[in-house]
Design a protein around this ligand. Structure first.
Ligand code: 15L
Length: 268
């Protein structure tokens, strides 16, 4: 049977807010969790990833976890370790102890951010390209994918690690024309990741069917994901407004774009 009750961590964040709107349309009852109160969801669990007891209680009885919580930008190393490494470990321990069969883990393009982006006519980046994190943040996502693999191999907890590109209502930079994951496609992808049988640990790229895509969506499609959106409809206006990235700039050279040169910027 399809999973119905899903713990959504990071429910007050950018992607979390979008998914709270869209996932119920795919048949899910969400249990939202965040570090801060979730607007419009008075019953949401307010808990820190440092609180193992709270996490254990939060995962009890759910069919799956969609884990979006943590730091989503470059930050100081210690803050990243606490939220994205120690916190992720706490979440997986809770999942293992409570027998939750599956996690969908929000990984990121920044786990492979220093991968050169393909030029015209070059092959798309495959999902088994080596990790090349562009930030401490990206490093934590690379570690998270390894942690997910470990919990599958050692404890039989299934995970789909989704290397999300840029999930916003609209792309806001030229680089995002390649990376864009429309909110509706994000919900479709999470639904596929929650329902595909026998995923073990599977890594997928998360973007829409963008004309300017840089990466290979075949492992996502193999789960049943069928993207319906394409950023191309925004391209002309965006390029007119922003111009193309300067040749030799990080946005021009690498999948991770400006993250390759960004300083820490968390907390804001
Ligand atoms: C990410 O991983 C961030 O969480 C998100 O805020 C975007 O900046 C995105 O990457 C991106 O690369 O556009």
């Amino acid at each position: 049977p399809a999973p119905r009750t899903v713990l959504l961590t990071g429910a007050a964040g950018g992607v979390g807010t979008l998914m709270r709107e869209l996932l119920p349309g795919h048949g899910y009852a969400l249990r939202p969790l965040d570090l801060v109160p979730v607007p419009g969801a008075p019953d949401a669990i307010v808990a820190d990833l440092a609180d193992r007891e709270a996490l254990r209680e939060a995962v009890r009885g759910v069919d799956a976890v969609v884990h979006l919580a943590g730091i989503s930008l470059e930050a100081g190393f210690d803050a990243i370790v606490a939220a994205n490494i120690t916190g992720l470990h706490h979440l997986y321990e809770a999942v293992r102890e409570e027998g939750v069969p599956r996690v969908v883990f929000a990984s990121s393009n920044h786990a492979v951010g220093f991968t050169p982006r393909p030029r015209e006519g070059e092959p798309l980046i495959p999902v088994d390209t080596p990790h090349r994190p562009d930030t401490f943040y990206g490093l934590s996502k690379a570690f998270g994918e390894d942690l997910a693999q470990f919990y599958w191999d050692k404890h039989g907890v299934e995970t789909v690690s989704v290397r999300i590109g840029s999930c916003f209502p609209e792309p806001t930079s030229v680089r995002m024309l390649s990376m864009w994951l429309s909110p509706a496609d994000c919900a479709r992808l999470l639904h596929a990741a929650l329902t595909a049988p026998g995923v073990g640990h599977t890594v997928v790229y998360g973007s829409s069917a963008n004309t300017r895509a840089w990466w290979d969506l075949s492992s996502a499609r193999a789960l049943g994901y069928e993207p319906e959106d394409d950023s191309e409809k925004f391209a002309e206006r965006l390029i007119a407004r922003k111009g193309l990235p300067a040749p030799g700039s990080a946005d021009d050279l690498y999948l991770g774009g400006h993250f390759c040169v960004d300083p820490p910027r968390w907390p804001h």
